[in-house]
Design a binder for this molecule. Sequence first.
Ligand SMILES: Cc1cc2nc3c(=O)[nH]c(=O)nc-3n(C[C@H](O)[C@H](O)[C@H](O)COP(=O)(O)O)c2cc1C
Length: 359
Amino acid sequence: MTSLFDPGMLGDIQIANRVVMAPMTRSRAGDGDVPTDLHVEYYRQRAGAGLIITEGTQPSPAGKGYCRTPGIHSSSQIKAWRKVTDAVHAEGGKIVLQLMHVGRVASHLNKAPGVETIAPSAIQAAGEMFTESGMVPLDTPRAIETDEIPSIIEEYASAARNAVQAGFDGVELHCTSGYLPAQFLSSGSNHRTDGYGGPAANRIRFVVETIQALSRAIGSERVGFRICPGNPFNDIHDDDPVETYGLLLKTLSPLGLAYLHLIDWPNPQIESLPLAQSCWQGPLILNESITLERAKTLISGKTADAVSFGRPFIANPDLVLRFRKGLPLAEFDPNTLYSPGPEGYVTYPPAEIGGGVAD
Ligand SMILES: Cc1cc2nc3c(=O)[nH]c(=O)nc-3n(C[C@H](O)[C@H](O)[C@H](O)COP(=O)(O)O)c2cc1C
């Protein structure tokens, strides 16, 4: 029987255990959206995870929405990420980069001067965003032209090649939380009348073509994707997520991808796990408020190949060790989630056993 602490494979990525660190934006990037030495230390501390999925990282300047998020489109970013991947690999860990293009969930105040906010349709999302000048309403985006779409997909492919150059073991396409791929998938934010809007078969096209481009760029077995069907975060709405996501999963299932990363968020509109079980044949990472006990059952019962934890990794850099030894978990400070600097980022200590640091 497979245990949470057994090694496994996610596509081509060999993992030492089934505990995955979920992607978490922590807003610590430096000038030029470049990761810093703090990133090196933060991810090194958490390399005991079977796999780390990085914070959402923009594939292009237009993909940026929040302040102090890193990119993977410039040579200084690639160089800086290399230090992160080297540090994680030196500890025996594996790390993939989450590619996150925010689309309309952006403020131009957080972008480089002159960089536009774009989306499938010119529909402003309800909500506000933090900027260095305080909270502001989200931008009203410009609708992407049909003949622009190949270049946006190519930005993702180029970002994936950069990620491999930076030493990452793969990439994860962020398709949830109301960002660009989710904006294409969802009927509420996608009012296009071309081949990328309208029926579900058209609304999934952007994601499918992007996954195909990522696969051509670095190999399908190093490409994963993340969904949360029916998630309303960032003012997203889909009339029929069962149809949309069922079709998406059936279309992507034969492509030999590294994994599906499913946020199984409770939602009266849809039961995501049974949907994934009927439409997806590849490796599965499951997420959302999972306890250690449930994680063990999910792995031993073969419901999932791996389980991801977000919040528990914030204050417990050695989470896998604590799980193995049944040690108590530390609580994180919500005030330092997105604040600049080391506090609440690299300052959580490893567990102590009998007065000493746990081995
Ligand atoms: C501070 C913070 C930042 C997050 N940033 C991202 C992100 O960049 N990309 C993403 O896909 N999910 C992001 N999430 C969601 C987490 O990956 C995860 O799905 C969520 O925390 C639920 O898992 P948990 O119950 O184990 O914490 C973030 C969550 C937190 C708490």
